[in-house]
Ligand binder design. Sequence first.
Ligand code: ASP
Length: 354
Amino acid sequence: MNYKTLTINTALPAKPRARVLIIYTGGTFGMVHDAEGVLLPFDFSLILEHLPTLRNLFLEITVISFDNPIDSSNIEPEHWLMIGNMIKDQYDKQDGFVVLHGTDTMAYTASALSFMLHGLSKPVVFTGAQLPITEPRSDARENLITALEIASAHGGGKPLVPEVCIYFDYELLRGNRTKKVESMHFDAFSSENYPPLAKAGVKIDYNLPAVLPSRGGSLGLLSRFDTNVSILKLFPGINSSTVEACLHNADLKALIIETFGSGNAPSAAWFVERLRKAIESGLMVVNVSQCPGGMVIQGKYETSRALEEIGVISGGDMTIEAAVTKVMLLLGQYGVEKAKKLMREPLAGELSIA
Ligand code: ASP
């Protein structure tokens, strides 16, 4: 996969306030309508035509663009690796990073990067837009300008938000706590289980006690993903053929079950026994709730006690986006046994300790 470095002439100020790298991956932010009205990515080197105020931020901005910008529904772990490598390669040169990404899978990519970038002590701010920057009513301009402000914000000589986050519609959210919840309105993201890291109004109000402390040391990049995982969403009426179809896969190493409420599942013997058999033969099974807010508490109800007894791992208050990217990275990096242990521990602020 290739990428190109674009020199965007922002009329470099004599003494820039900070240096920020923009990584342009694609998404609605930079799309234009073709003759048939279908949205396609545009040439990012034209950004200054659409956003001349970039020149007034007193920043030294470098842009790296995917050679072929993509709709984020096409994102794969190899793209996460590419973004991670771009950040690692430029880490010492830049004060912060802004990743322009489609909104559809932004929460997955931000979650993945939060686990991959080990020892991160600089801001990595994801943003995008619900309407292309070429549209008069686009949210792209405000999202990018404020994301750049946040990526370059310092206090006492240190970055204010040294973690992977998503800035969208006046709120800064922790990346691995975020879900896309809206496809038509501008408030596309929400983080039910963790407060915003900042709110942008006339000024940007940072919620500094909620920000992850800088982890210090040098930046490491964990890069191996194992995609032999699956997600099984439960629903009233789910039958054994459906569950069997999911588990009848010799390569499967981990299964996330999306359960009801605080982690509840049918207590039918066929269901519990099938999961028990799978766990006994080495499968890692993780319980994540379908509720965007609250947490899994196995054993609170009779309908989750059996899951605890057969060795299902509680996903606590993790989002499904955080859980699936964490599972893939832990499996790829450490194998099943260590992954089972680390799944229960917060690695990048994605999980509250109950
Ligand atoms: N389909 C687009 C994408 O995720 C939607 C967006 O960017 O808002 O790439």
